[in-house]
Design a protein around this ligand. Structure first.
Ligand code: CO
Length: 134
């Protein structure tokens, strides 16, 4: 069902203040920035090998990432696994009793289709399914 870890999401207060650490100090390849209106975040992607880091900065106070930052401060927010067929993956998880935040995929950065599993069903780790392309 899963093909690889697509990215790790990290909540930050400021992309501008965080990007230099990953790009310059760690030497990761900067792959661009994008606003995801639906999730009220601005995201920056940095790549290392086959994996990416997704830095998330909230654009509103109501953004789920803003609430996360208030509660926990900056840090790891979610892990995203790549799947080939996101509808099939959601159906399988639900049939096995997992609770989904998104029962229907929504649009993530780079046109990926994503769905979050509820942390109650994933041992406290917010888990994203991510289908790239179609
Ligand atoms: Co993500």
């Amino acid at each position: 069902m899963l093909t690889k870890i697509n990215h790790i999401g990290i909540a930050v207060n400021s992309l501008d203040e965080t990007i230099p650490f990953y790009r310059d100090n760690l030497g990761m390849a900067f792959k661009g920035m994008e606003e995801v209106a639906e999730q009220q975040v601005k995201v920056a992607f940095l790549e290392v090998g086959e994996s990416k880091i997704e830095l998330l900065e909230p654009t509103t106070h109501e953004s789920p990432v803003a609430r996360f930052l208030e509660k926990n401060g900056a840090g790891i927010h979610h892990i995203a696994y790549q799947v080939e067929n996101i509808e099939a993956a959601i159906a399988k998880l639900e049939s096995e009793g997992a609770r989904m935040i998104d029962k229907v995929p929504r649009l993530g950065a780079h046109g990926a289709r994503i769905a979050f599993i509820h942390p109650k069903s994933s041992n406290g780790v917010l888990t994203e399914l991510c289908q790239v392309g179609h």
